[in-house]
Design a protein around this ligand. Structure first.
Ligand code: ATP
Length: 252
């Protein structure tokens, strides 16, 4: 007997959105995974997404038990998902880490003040202690003051350099052994392209390292090095995480 003919007659025609998850084969697929294009359900997506980050942490020996880890928390999607996932993995896999949220208040009215409110809610939602360091306290002026004095040109460059240092100072106050940031695979690809265009060979070789600053005061790690931005957004959306999503008012 021609089995394809009988199967075709028995099975309903495939309809968009009615497929089963290719992983568990039980639940309805809820999304097409950007990284692999697999149709999977939410539950399997959470497992795969978190497990890939766990594997990145383990394979690259990012942490040691007992370490104090400061999560650079801007209130945006990447660092919010990082704080949530890292605290989940720390609990599930007994990493033995002391996690903290560390925010830098650059003093940008209408942007950082609002995003800091999100981080303050995350502090309660995830039960992670929060430390805020401000440009005003560290340097005596805010980004709003700087823009008043020098205008908008190049202010993102200044702000980036000051933020780096402020994160180090905040992490030192927390007695942190490591800083983690929410830089993801898309951010790293963008930095690679920028360094190629600039012809900056030294930075080009460094910018893909998962841990940097090991020779400095506090090493920095990027647990999302292999994580796609689209998947971070999907995770935040499906998990209904509380994050802030506006660009800096000073960005040119
Ligand atoms: N004001 C801040 N305070 C603390 N950490 C910060 C701050 N701004 C950025 N970071 C850290 O640096 C990472 C990269 O920030 P950047 O603004 O370049 O990217 P982003 O994609 O907008 O990140 P996010 O979605 O987390 O805001 C963030 O994920 C966060 O870990």
């Amino acid at each position: 007997m021609d089995s394809s003919a009988t199967d075709g007659a028995r099975l309903p025609p495939p309809r968009a959105g009615s497929r089963l998850c290719v992983r568990c084969g039980e639940r309805k697929a809820a999304l097409k995974r950007p990284k692999t294009l697999e149709q999977i359900c939410r539950e399997c997506f959470y497992i795969i997404f978190e497990d890939e980050i766990h594997q990145t942490i383990v394979q690259n020996s990012l942490f040691k038990a007992g370490e104090r880890v400061a999560i650079g928390a801007s209130g945006g999607k990447d660092s919010t998902v990082l704080a949530y996932v890292l605290s989940e993995l720390n609990r599930q896999h007994n990493y033995g880490l002391d996690l903290f949220l560390l925010s830098v208040d650059e003093g940008i009215t209408g942007y950082r003040d609002d995003s800091l409110e999100t981080v303050k809610r995350n502090e309660i939602q995830y039960g992670l202690p929060l430390k805020i360091v401000s440009y005003k306290d560290l340097y005596g002026w805010t980004m709003d003051d700087i823009v008043k004095a020098i205008g908008l040109k190049n202010n993102c460059t200044f702000c980036g350099v000051f933020r780096r240092q402020a994160l180090d100072r905040g992490a030192a106050l927390l007695k942190a052994d490591k800083i983690v940031t929410g830089h993801n695979a898309d951010d790293i690809a963008e930095t690679v392209l920028l360094n190629i265009l600039r012809g900056d060979i030294a930075r080009l070789s460094r910018c893909t390292f998962i841990t940097t600053g090991e020779d400095g005061p506090i090493p920095r790690c990027k647990p999302f090095k292999y994580t796609y931005e689209k998947e971070i957004v999907m995770y935040a959306y499906f998990k209904k995480l509380d994050y802030f999503s506006t660009e800096s008012a000073l960005a040119q």
